[in-house]
Design a protein around this ligand. Structure first.
Ligand code: LLP
Length: 409
């Protein structure tokens, strides 16, 4: 989103008010040029090694976003048969897709493997089942839990000792026994540290743990370091310095490869880093309530559309698109759901009047994919702006969509 000299906001030259006019409100809007920029930032940072990006599509599964990713050489990480199907519908070949399940029924793993995807095994029971089912006929990766606590928020940390994710590195002997017993073809080691990780240090720490474990697996082709790069939610927020991270990891990875005796691929699975900044949730102020305790701005949206503030206490920057130069005033920005659905507390915004268009920033990741129909509210439409043209990529839901699966008896 740019602020022009005339003090009006635009996305690739398009006025968001025009988008509301054309597509309605509330509205998810994605800027394709930002996604392309983020992908090339990552590619640039790791240019010295054989690095593959596997977009963690749980962040945003719109088919048009996935097609865009595919066109610019990004592959896919999925966590369910549904995401696998959406990925293939977007034109991905199954062998470009990694399935990274978390305690799923084994039939789901079978669906993914039989379709041709590669799987990250996340438990000893699944490893045994995989060995019994496929022996050495299908390759797989093992998701290691390195027991490292890193990340911005306990709810999105995944590599600490108490986390449910992966197989603890302390169980390496057991892993090796099972692998040997069934002659399982382990082609990669995987780990995902968590989300919102700013510094290079935790990535290096877990990389070293994987490199150490890797010595026990002679047939590796891949080291997968997951996702989790920190993006800027607050203006001026410190984010992952991708060039620095790239330099440090590349150096360490090259050393590891030469010790291992072979050039391996290094995979990353970012979600947020690729799509968060590209997305805006555009809403309208409905009621401005001057309460003795607080000024409330209600908007025509709520935790049903963007749950991150209520779920993680996340900060999403808010712009007043209609009155950017207005007098600063302090508000609680709240939704229309019959729950306390506070988007922002004590937020200074240019004065808001009913009807003003507001934009929540960083809504491209974990926005619509975590939305719901709570209070029988419809999900917003989605628009992708690419090469200067705004296109509808998901229509707004209707009451018929809500009732589609109900059966009257
Ligand atoms: N790989 C695996 C195995 C994951 O579980 C995740 C995210 C990612 C990659 C991508 O992480 P990212 O690069 O997006 O941080 N809903 C939360 C984030 C939790 C994501 C869960 N797994 C949020 O809105 O902050």
């Amino acid at each position: 989103m740019q602020l022009s000299e005339q003090n009006t906001y635009n996305i690739q030259g398009i006025d968001p008010h025009q988008l509301i006019e054309d597509f309605g409100s509330p509205l998810y809007v994605y800027d394709g040029s930002t996604i392309k920029r983020k992908v090339s930032e990552l590619q640039h940072a790791f240019a010295g090694i054989n690095m593959k990006i596997k977009y963690a599509c749980k962040a945003n599964t719109n088919l048009s976003i996935l097609r865009l990713m595919r066109e610019i050489g990004v592959e896919l990480d999925v966590v369910s048969p549904g995401e696998l199907e959406i990925g293939m519908l977007a034109g991905y070949a199954a062998n470009q897709i990694t399935f990274t399940p978390s305690g799923v029924p084994f039939e789901e793993v079978k669906t993914a493997v039989d379709a041709g995807a590669i799987v990250n095994i996340d438990s000893i029971p699944l490893l045994k089942w995989f060995g019994q089912t496929y022996g050495n006929t299908k390759p797989c990766l093992i998701r290691i839990k390195p027991n490292v606590a890193a990340g911005g928020n306990i709810k999105i940390m995944t590599a600490h000792a108490d986390s449910k994710f992966g197989i603890s590195v302390l169980l390496l002997d057991q892993i090796l026994d099972v692998v040997k017993k069934y002659d399982i073809k382990i082609v990669g080691l995987h780990q995902h540290t968590g989300s919102d990780i700013k510094d290079a240090e935790p990535f290096l720490q877990v990389a070293d743990i994987l490199f150490e474990a890797a010595k026990h697996f002679p047939d590796l082709e891949i080291i997968d370091l997951g996702g989790g790069f920190k993006v800027s939610y607050l203006p001026g927020d410190a984010i992952t310095d991708m060039d620095l991270l790239g330099r440090k990891i590349t150096e360490r990875f090259k050393k590891f490869c030469s010790e291992y005796g072979r050039e391996l691929q290094l995979w990353f699975e970012p979600g947020k880093f690729l799509v968060s900044e590209s997305g805006f949730l555009i809403v309208n102020a409905t009621v401005v309530k001057e309460d003795p305790a607080r000024n409330f701005v209600h908007v025509n949206s709520g935790l049903n559309h963007l749950i991150r503030p209520m779920m993680y206490g996340s900060y999403h920057h808010i712009l007043n698109l209609t009155n950017p130069g207005g007098e600063p005033k302090v508000y609680n920005v709240v939704g229309y759901i019959c729950e306390t659905d506070t988007f922002a507390t004590d937020r200074t915004l240019p004065e808001v009047s009913p009807g003003d268009a507001l934009a929540f920033l960083n809504a491209g990741a974990y926005g619509l994919t975590m939305s719901s129909n709570y209070n029988a509210r419809m999900r917003p439409a989605e628009v992708l702006i690419d090469n200067g043209a705004a296109k509808l990529i998901r229509r707004r839901e209707t009451i018929d969509d809500l009732l589609l699966t109900q059966i009257e008896i």
